[in-house]
Design a protein around this ligand. Structure first.
Ligand SMILES: *Cc1c(COP(=O)(O)O)cnc(C)c1O
Length: 377
């Protein structure tokens, strides 16, 4: 048996959708990107959503739109993915690393308040594994201190938390459609906000400074009209090459239609795991899973002798992982080291187990059985 850790749930629907773009011979930044943005906006219920080639790009631009003065500080969890912390450096800002909440492994609210200084301009919050951070408290406190709030939603497709979607609590929400995430476009991301003005330059920023739709220019070209300046544009904003393309967007359109079904499958799998593992005293669950309420990208456990377990599961064909090495332990970020003692130790117990919509009940049972055997030895 070979069990993958993550696996995108793709097939016929995506092939049909992508073939439409191929037939139309529009595979770059085109009408499918617009359509995907429109559908995502409707799904999430937000005022603005702009499709990019990754969440990394979204996180970069999310900080960029505020034009913070060089050297200002951004509070970010040590327990984050490279992109979240790197976005701070891309913008010539300084990361202030915050420890994790022992229960949720999301940013620790008390440590956040402790690490705050007058030089801080923003806080980045990750809903780790898909479990909500204490975003209500963070927003309330952050507003008082004039902090901008960016939600890294790479692990969530916008679950409702206290009747509001994750990603719409702060100023900007950044979603990932990388192949391992809750839904995918191969690679891709979305930057979202209810403040349209805030993202007004992002269309230019994602496409080398050009604030015009390529495909609209094309359709105007045939209009014999002096205003149809098909070639004309002005560069006012420093832009990047961060746009999503129509191939990715057409996969996204098909995935969005399947999202509810995929999320249901994920929740069923997690319920099965929780049921089979709940009586093992030596292990804890990675986060306080509530699969009836939230969608999770990561399922995992905490166990003292994690490394032995990894080897044993591997020998049975079961892939595992660890998400992630805290940033304060990474060579690039060592110079920003400050006290994140809890997560730096706790991470050695964290183990990610297979989770994807295709995972069968039988496979979950096999994995849990192997964990039990391994623990009893
Ligand atoms: C995967 C991930 C990202 C980066 O997403 P990409 O779309 O691959 O750029 C950012 N933050 C977190 C928390 C992630 O898990």
């Amino acid at each position: 048996m070979k069990i993958r850790l993550f696996k995108p749930y793709v097939g016929k629907e995506e092939l049909v959708s992508i073939s439409k773009s191929i037939k139309a011979s529009w595979i770059g930044l085109g009408p499918k990107v617009n359509e995907f943005e429109k559908n995502w906006k409707k799904y999430l219920g937000c005022k603005e959503a702009i499709a990019l080639n990754s969440a990394t790009a979204a996180l970069h631009l999310a900080l960029k739109v505020f034009n913070f003065k060089k050297g200002k500080k951004v509070l970010v969890p040590s327990m984050s993915f490279s992109s979240t912390a790197s976005a701070v450096l891309y913008n010539d800002l300084k990361p202030i690393f915050v420890d994790s909440d022992p229960k949720t492994l999301c940013i620790d609210f008390n440590d956040l308040k402790k690490k705050y200084t007058k030089d801080c301009v923003a806080v980045m919050v990750i809903h780790y594994a898909g479990h909500p951070a204490e975003i209500d408290k963070i927003v309330k406190w952050g507003r008082k201190n004039k902090l901008k709030i960016i939600e890294d939603c790479a692990h969530t497709s916008g679950s409702f938390y206290k009747r509001k979607r994750l990603g719409l609590w702060g100023d900007i929400g950044c979603y990932s459609f990388e192949e391992k995430k809750i839904m995918t476009t191969g690679d891709g991301g979305m930057i979202c906000s209810n403040n349209k003005k805030l993202l007004k330059n992002v269309k230019a920023m994602r496409w080398v400074g050009i604030d015009k739709d390529n495909w609209k220019k094309f359709s105007l070209y045939t209009k014999a009209n002096r205003d149809a300046y098909h070639w004309f544009y002005q560069i006012r904003t420093l832009g990047y090459k961060y746009n999503m393309n129509d191939l990715a967007a057409s996969i996204g359109l098909a995935q969005l239609k399947k999202l509810k079904k995929m999320n249901f499958k994920r929740s069923q799998i997690i319920k099965h795991y929780l049921n089979l593992l709940k009586n093992i005293k030596k292990i804890d669950f990675l986060v306080p899973y509530n699969p009836n309420k939230y969608t999770y990208q990561i399922f995992g456990i905490r166990y003292n002798k994690r490394d032995d377990l990894i080897v044993k599961l591997k020998s049975k064909g079961i892939a595992t992982g660890c998400h992630w090495t805290p940033m304060t332990k990474q060579p690039l970020f060592k110079r920003f080291k400050n006290n994140c003692n809890y997560i730096e130790k706790e991470i050695d117990k964290c183990l990610t187990l297979p989770l994807h919509p295709d995972l069968t009940k039988k496979e979950v049972e096999f994995i849990c059985k192997q964990i039990k055997i391994s623990l009893s030895n």
